[in-house]
Design a binder for this molecule. Structure first.
Ligand code: KIV
Ligand code: ZN
Length: 518
């Protein structure tokens, strides 16, 4: 860290973000998101918590080996097994860092039965020294620092730097502090800790009181130069500080703050879209920076002002955060080359097979829809960039519904493992989507429970594409699926199939129930 006006962005979407209730990204999805984070220009990617599961270990290992640019780190508790798992998973990265967490507040120390303050201190020192045998870069997070005794916190920080920690990350784990309080704490830490100049000071704020971004900013104002944050602010409980908000605050108010990041802000919206599609967790329309209404002017007075001069009501340009252009961008006549070029401009790098599928889907869409916008392209790409083999492919959906009679659906699937059989069945349901899901469930012998279903219009207009997200539970694990189509029933069926394909990818060959299929 040589530029004191640079704020370094540590992205923890794949670790703290993935801890959000009901989330489960598979290994391919984590690698895909990590590549996108590298393109976005974050400085550090926290890839996971490798001791927690073999899948997380593998994801950390693949990210370390395949993703270039950012420092790759992963989380360990202050015990050798955790540290070994982190090091073994990330040691092949261009630059790696071990991240250790251990409580510092009396509430945690007492209620978790961690012993005395002195014992906790010694455990932390031992962990840092152990980690430094492997890696030159070790981050230490005194958990629940926001509620800790200040003198003990500063003693801990000094001891960890002495032991070899190169980054001190101060977490407001419970999102309890207020901006002036948290900022003051960082300022005091800068003044009172003798050796603080030997480490990077970072912060990690949770959003329980809606103050994660404000607290991070107050810390930056008091000298912190690294912030931990997540795309769309996802994370434990109410989440973490939102990366896109922090980055755009620093950019929009650069004259006042005199600070900058290395993030390519034009990739913020596409990255947000990708994380929404993969997690099945959509942001609210009024979410700052990346919400559907973040740049929409509804009132007459505002519209009038914006038409005269955008400066009247716009402090950022939508294109600077990569918000999709709502003009017609492409037609089939533009050709494959222009299509690929536009996708690249939108921040997508598709492998050849995904690109071929996206092109075919684009031709179908362009046939149905008068205007194909960038936002349509984003939804379409999220659909086609598959992260698991597509075992079940939707061939036909037909529904009957209305004001009288029970909704019913007929569905036909192609099963790549049994291409000789036609899977077709019908079912009734409480609504057309329910009927479709029931029919699909009858065809695939995988007990799943639908835990979440959302559908939304991608753009305005009667011919808008619908984007559906589902999350299903299978044997205590959650799998998400995404589908896009001009017909919302088809989009829903695709989303359900994509979740089932993820279940199938993690299971040995699935047997069909007797009598199903024709
Ligand atoms: O919230 C927290 O304290 C954490 C640490 C691991 C930094 O997530
Ligand atoms: Zn956290």
């Amino acid at each position: 860290m040589t530029d004191n006006n640079r704020v370094y962005i540590f992205d923890t979407t794949l670790r703290d973000g993935e801890q959000a209730p009901g989330f489960a990204l598979n290994v391919e999805e984590k690698v895909e998101i990590a590549h996108q984070l590298a393109r976005l220009g974050v400085d550090v990617i926290e890839a996971g918590f490798p001791i927690s599961s073999p899948g997380d270990f593998l994801a950390c290992q693949r990210i370390a080996r395949e993703v270039h640019g950012p420092v790759i780190t992963a989380l360990a508790r202050a015990v050798p097994q955790d540290i070994d798992a982190v090091w073994n998973s990330i040691k092949d990265a261009e630059r790696s860092q071990i991240h250790i967490v251990l409580s510092v507040s009396d509430i945690h120390i007492e209620k978790k039965g961690l012993g005395t303050r002195q014992q906790v201190l010694e455990k932390g020192i031992a962990a840092v020294e152990y980690a430094r045998q492997f890696c030159d870069f070790v981050e230490y997070s005194p958990e629940d620092a926001g509620r800790a005794d200040r003198a003990y916190l500063y003693e801990t920080v000094e001891a960890m730097i002495e032991a070899g920690a190169t980054v001190i990350n101060v977490p407001d784990t419970t999102g309890y502090t207020l901006p002036h309080e948290f900022g003051g704490m960082i300022g005091d830490l800068m003044r009172h800790v003798r050796n603080v100049g030997n480490a990077i000071v970072s912060v990690h704020c949770h959003n329980d009181l809606g103050l994660a971004v404000a607290n991070s900013l107050a810390a930056i104002d008091n000298g912190a130069r690294r912030v931990e944050c997540t795309i769309n602010g996802i994370g434990e409980r109410a989440g973490n500080a939102s990366l896109e908000e922090l980055v755009m605050i620093l950019r929009t108010r650069e004259k006042l703050l005199g600070l900058h990041t290395g993030v390519n802000t034009r990739l913020l919206a596409p990255t947000s879209q990708l994380v929404q599609a993969r997690t099945g967790m959509h942001v609210q329309a009024n979410k700052a920076i990346v919400g559907a209404n973040a740049f929409a002017h509804a009132s007459g007075i505002h519209q009038d002002g914006v038409l005269k001069d955008k400066l009247t009501y716009e402090i950022m340009r939508p294109e600077d955060v990569g918000v999709a252009d709502t003009r017609i961008v492409l037609s089939p006549r533009s050709g494959r080359h222009a299509f690929r070029h536009r996708l690249q401009e939108l921040g997508y790098a598709l492998a050849d097979d995904a690109f071929a599928r996206a092109w075919e889907a684009f031709l179908v869409l362009a046939d149905k829809k008068k205007e194909v916008t960038d936002r349509d392209l984003q939804a379409l790409v999220a659909d086609e960039a598959r992260t698991v083999p597509e075992r079940f492919n939707l061939e036909l959906v037909q529904v009957s519904c209305g004001t009288s009679g029970r909704p019913s659906a007929t569905v036909r699937l192609h099963d790549s493992e049994r291409p000789d059989r036609i899977l077709e069945d019908a079912a009734i349901g409480d609504g057309p989507v329910d009927a479709v899901c029931n029919a699909i469930a009858r065809l695939v012998d995988m007990p799943t429970e639908l835990v979440d279903f959302t559908v939304r219009a991608v753009t305005g207009g009667l011919d808008a594409m619908g984007e559906a997200s589902v999350r299903v539970r299978h044997e205590d694990r959650i799998f998400s699926g995404h589908g896009a189509d001009t017909d919302i029933i088809v989009a829903s069926a695709k989303a359900y199939c994509s979740a089932l394909n993820k279940v199938a990818a993690e299971r040995p060959a699935v047997s069909l129930p007797a009598g199903s299929g024709v």
